[in-house]
Write a protein that binds this ligand. Structure first.
Ligand SMILES: [Ca+2]
Ligand SMILES: [Ca+2]
Length: 590
């Protein structure tokens, strides 16, 4: 036993004595306690009565209600040296605490703490949930529910899909059958990334299972409707593979493995492995939630937001809502606003910074930023179109005119494939007039003419250019398959550039992260604008700003959903993202 453990043990004993003493007095004066249990897997970290209300009311300079769950938890921590709240974070912008980590004999468990009060999951953060005494509080580490694809993550159209739903029994550390929910097989909804399109739904049976037949070939996300499809499991459905070889057997069990390389002399296409690419970027996430310097973090965050990865997303949100952007250039603000909006964070106020105001301040009456450059205009438009501005706004009209005027005779912007792809992403959102249509046609022709003569599907034999060209193609509403050359699509090219670890091949790790992020955004099938959420226009007031005075951001996430007719009867469904924020920050508590 090392010396630290010995000291901890001794301290533990003395603290133990102290709490017995305090507890004893407490019982005489006021008999109110709450029961607290804390569990991480098999380990019961704490189990016992805690005096109510707690004594601690001040944490990290913030006043915490001493009758709140957080105050009780903190008091229990102070009185027991065998475990501690090792990371508790206050989010200025949310006005709430987030219990990130508890360190105990079970290890340092972070980012997945749940809690219940008398068996119910409160819809608010621990510091916002107020007790009256006598309650049973349970805090545990790990997910509340889970689903499993019993039939495997890849099936053929001839196979049944079997999905099992389970709930965590935190009192017994066991997974139990979850009843009364509906399983959905979904695909992303380009108009609203938080309400996926339901391809099939089925209620679970008494064994918590839902069974589906005849699912068309394609890629899907499978989740529970009542959980707003978060989290989900990825499902691939393929056509059954004919046994082309000996022909001896008529039984096909269907190939569950993706065919790569050469099978039976027939060359098959290597496919871009999107889940593996996400896995790669997530593996590169720093402990602070970032992906390195701002420019890498922003682009990688945009790619991450096109997927459905809770833990990595929470870590990144935490980073973006606590660490200030270092860049001071217009393009820094634009790029940063894009990642914030993709994650549902308000570009008008995150960390007390109004990025839209900073972008608008760079407008000179005709264009944004540098008069010699159009990339800062193209990205300004991309951001503003998702921030409540439309083609009818005078400033937008002027800027579109400027961007149109910058198109080269050959249809490109800046003789650049990349920038032409980005410009297309903007043009499709502007007013449909003759000038815009002509510019769009010319830009498309430029992309057609510059696609590599090697017929590998690429542009410039280069991942970034191919990915940005794809952004333009997606914006045009075309499929990457429409851009096949000698059997190779742009995504086929990206697949050849993918390494075994899921990332784009290369020597320099930052370039690999960056290029993988570009590739993910393009292969996800969602344009940048579709990945970014829409925010309502806010008045820019020239009022003096101090960081402290900044009000918590309006939750802008679900503007499309109308308010319920009556407060009591039917609440609008919550997106997974809203639910996530609610769970960790206690937001939307009304
Ligand atoms: Ca402790
Ligand atoms: Ca400019």
């Amino acid at each position: 036993m090392n010396i630290n453990k010995v000291i901890k043990k001794i301290l533990g004993i003395s603290f133990g004595l102290a709490i017995v003493l305090v507890g004893g007095i407490g019982f005489v004066q006021a008999e109110e306690t709450v029961n607290l249990n804390i569990r991480s897997g098999e380990a019961v970290i704490f189990s016992g009565a805690v005096l109510f209300p707690a004594s601690a009311t001040e944490l990290q300079g913030q006043t915490v209600n001493s009758a709140s769950v957080l105050a009780i938890l903190n008091d229990a921590d102070l009185g027991d040296d065998s475990w501690e709240i090792s990371d508790l974070q206050y989010f200025d912008s949310f006005g709430s605490f987030y219990l990130k980590c508890i360190d105990s004999s079970a290890g340092n468990d972070c980012d997945d703490w749940q809690y219940t009060v008398d068996g119910d999951y409160p819809g608010a953060g621990m510091d916002q949930t107020i007790l009256s005494g006598g309650e049973n509080i349970y805090a545990y580490f790990g997910p509340q529910n889970r689903i499993g694809l019993v039939s495997g993550e890849t099936i053929t159209t001839a196979d049944d899909l079997v999905v099992a739903t389970e709930a965590y029994d935190y009192e017994n550390n066991a997974w139990v059958v979850r009843e009364g929910v509906t399983v959905g097989v979904t695909q992303p909804n380009p108009d609203d990334p938080f309400s996926p399109v339901e391809i099939r739904t089925a209620p679970v049976d008494a064994n918590g299972r839902a069974i589906f037949s005849n699912i068309p070939a394609g890629n899907y996300d499978v989740g529970v409707k009542e959980d707003f499809y978060f989290p989900t499991e990825e499902l691939t459905v393929t056509e059954p593979v004919e046994n082309a070889g000996s022909g001896s057997s008529g039984t096909t069990s269907g190939s569950r493995k993706k065919t790569t390389g050469s099978v039976l002399g027939v060359s098959t296409q290597i496919q871009f492995d999107l889940p593996k690419a996400y896995e790669f970027i997530i593996s590169q996430q720093s402990a602070d939630g970032s992906f390195g310097p701002d420019i890498y973090t922003d682009w990688t965050g945009l790619a991450l937001a096109s997927g459905n990865y809770q833990q990595a997303t929470i870590n990144l949100i935490k980073y973006l809502t606590t660490v200030e952007l270092k860049g001071t250039m217009l393009t820094d603000f634009e790029r940063h606003a894009m990642v914030l909006m993709a994650l549902g964070l308000n570009p008008y106020n995150t960390n007390g910074v109004n990025y839209i105001e900073k972008i608008l301040a760079a407008f000179d009456g005709r264009q944004f930023g540098d008069i010699q450059e159009d990339n800062d205009d193209i990205f300004a438009l991309l951001v503003l179109f998702n921030a409540g501005y439309g083609p009818e706004d005078e400033m937008i009209k002027k800027c579109v005119e400027f961007v149109l005027g910058r198109q080269k005779e050959n249809g490109s912007w800046d003789e650049s494939i990349d920038m032409t792809g980005a410009a297309l992403a903007v043009l499709v959102q502007t007013e449909e007039n003759e000038a815009v249509q002509n510019a769009t046609t010319k830009a498309k022709t430029f992309l057609q003419e510059t696609q590599s003569k090697r017929n590998d599907g690429s542009w410039a034999d280069n991942v970034s250019s191919t990915a940005w060209a794809l952004e333009g193609i997606l914006a045009l509403g075309e499929k990457q398959e429409d851009w096949e050359r000698s059997g190779n699509t742009p995504v086929d090219y990206l697949a050849t550039m993918q390494d075994a670890d899921g990332g784009i091949k290369g020597e320099n790790i930052n370039s690999r992260i960056w290029e993988t992020a570009y590739a993910i955004s393009a292969v996800s099938g969602k344009t940048w604008s579709q990945t970014m959420q829409k925010f309502e226009k806010q008045e820019i007031k020239p009022a003096p700003q101090t960081k402290k005075a900044a009000p918590p951001p309006e939750p802008e996430i679900e503007k499309e959903i109308p308010p319920p007719a009556t407060a009591e009867v039917s609440k609008p469904p919550k997106s997974w993202f809203k639910k996530l924020l609610e769970n960790i920050f206690g937001l939307y508590n009304n």
